[in-house]
Write a protein that binds this ligand. Structure first.
Ligand code: GLN
Length: 481
């Protein structure tokens, strides 16, 4: 069996025509993973037995009632799925088995999705290349020498390799959009609060957001429509109700973010691809201007103060007492320090130290408080721009996928690969990455589209129409591995 168009719609229509059964699709999915994932390393855990059992409860007469009926899904391994390991790619949680399921995951299951496994990530979602996983590095299916991006590199590569049509990610500073861009797939970070964070292991609570990966905008829209909405288990969740929008793309006004366009550090081919998108939009009759958001230049320092401060507080719970790794010491203090010393990797330790410092008495005002104030200036810049424009666009990342090891010894250069995605988290906005072309090495380039808060449906509507015009059809060839 060969499935070429691996979209939810086409899978469901094959089901309905009787050309395919969920069991045949699972056979195909697990066969693909077994053939190729030893080279790509997208998955930490496969839930094969569970998946075959789960399809037994699918009733064909419910196929139109359940939007994700029989759709195989991969889950980033920082989201709890009851009874299966949730490691966060960290030694400290290597054997942690949660006793509950994240709301977003449960909603996918309730909509008929079949969980097939948990995917690799940078430890605790801290990183941009998946090289910070304590277990193994994931490869980019377009070029195995390169990273898939991060932190949700396992999910992005699993969708790019067509192991699964759909996967979940979490995005604190770009962890859905940047790997989507590196892997030539669609990745959507919804407005902060639209998808419950209950059961997502917290990194930086004011920035973390769950979202989907797919090969087409319509698929991530469907997953988002299922996952979003109020959840009493997450006090920051918003009573958001998804309704799809159908407005002609020509009616929209688009701003190109000057600071992420006429700036240094962006590959020429990435900018050329953006120029091509601008040309397309103009030829469709849209109004497109360059607009300035002057405080965006502070995004990186603001993010690395806010995110590390929140992380230092969130990660305090991993102490060897409640759950996860415990390394005994002669007293409780030594037990804490041995557990954390051996359980956390170096990037996580770096962040905890930075954050603890930024929050400590005497430094709080100069660092954390100051960063929070500048964050508000960034929010204001977006607000002002959205008075004029419906969407803002820019490259998702300054470069295409880089080689493994290229940035591991220089954290700052790694941090810079999120320069275009981080501001969107700081302002809590919806942002999507769609493929806009390839560079001369044949590696995919991503375009980021940013919308007003809670205008997620408009972003998806715009992205869907632009996707059809761009008509990106390239995909990685796995036959060679
Ligand atoms: N790469 C960024 C970081 O390391 C963003 C990570 C994320 O979005 N989880 O913090």
């Amino acid at each position: 069996m060969e499935i070429n168009d691996f979209t939810i719609n086409s899978i469901k229509s094959e089901y309905k025509k009787g050309n395919l059964t969920p069991k045949e699709l699972l056979d195909y999915v697990f066969k693909g993973i077994k053939l190729y994932d030893s080279k790509i390393n997208s998955f930490i855990t496969l839930t094969e037995e569970y998946a075959y059992k789960a399809i037994e409860s699918l009733k064909l007469d419910e196929i139109d009632l359940k939007p994700l009926w029989g759709i195989p899904v991969a889950i980033k391994d920082n989201m709890c799925f009851r009874g299966f390991k949730t490691t966060c790619s960290s030694k400290i949680l290597e054997n942690f088995i949660p006793i509950y399921t994240a709301t977003a995951v449960q909603r996918l299951i309730d909509a008929g999705a079949i969980i097939v496994g948990k995917t690799n990530l940078d430890e605790f979602a801290m990183g941009s290349s998946t090289e910070n996983s304590a277990f193994f590095t994931t490869s980019n299916p377009w070029d195995l020498e390169r990273v898939p991006g991060g932190s949700s590199g396992g999910s992005a590569s699993a969708v790019a390799a067509r192991f699964v049509p759909l996967a979940t990610g979490s995005d604190t500073g770009g962890s859905i959009r940047q790997p989507a861009s590196f892997c030539g797939v669609v990745g959507f970070k919804p407005t902060y609060g639209t998808v419950s964070r209950y059961g997502l292991v917290a990194f930086a609570s004011s920035l973390d957001q769950i979202g989907p990966f797919g090969t087409k905008v319509k698929d991530v829209e469907l997953a988002f429509s299922v996952m979003s909405g109020k959840d009493d288990m997450d006090s920051t969740s918003h009573p958001y109700q998804f309704t799809s929008v159908n407005r002609n793309i020509k009616e929209y006004k688009v701003g190109v973010i000057k600071e992420l366009y006429e700036a240094e550090g962006f590959d020429i081919e990435v900018l050329n691809s953006l120029n091509n998108v601008i040309k397309i939009l103009k030829s469709e009759g849209l109004k497109v201007d360059v607009c300035s958001l002057p405080h965006l230049k502070y995004s990186l320092p603001v993010y690395y103060l806010v995110a590390t401060s929140e992380a230092s507080s969130n990660l305090a719970r991993f102490d060897g007492v409640r759950y996860g790794l415990r390394v005994e010491g002669k007293d409780i203090i030594e037990t804490f320090s041995k557990t954390r010393g051996q359980g956390f990797g170096s990037e996580v330790k770096r962040r905890i130290m930075l954050g603890t410092y930024a929050l400590s008495s005497g430094y709080y005002d100069a660092y954390y408080l100051k960063a929070s104030k500048v964050r508000t200036l960034i929010v204001n810049d977006f607000e002002k721009a959205f008075r004029e424009y419906d969407f803002l666009i820019c490259p998702t990342s300054p470069t295409t996928a880089f080689k493994k090891g290229d940035k591991t010894s220089d954290p700052l250069s790694m941090y810079l690969s999120d320069i275009a995605t981080i501001p969107v988290n700081l302002a809590g906005l919806p942002g999507i990455s769609i493929p806009s072309g390839c560079d001369n090495k044949g590696l995919p380039i991503g375009l980021q589209i940013i919308g007003r808060p809670f205008n997620d449906s408009e972003v998806l509507n715009f992205a869907d129409q632009l996707e059809s015009i761009i008509n990106f059809e390239a995909r990685p060839q796995l036959g060679g591995i």
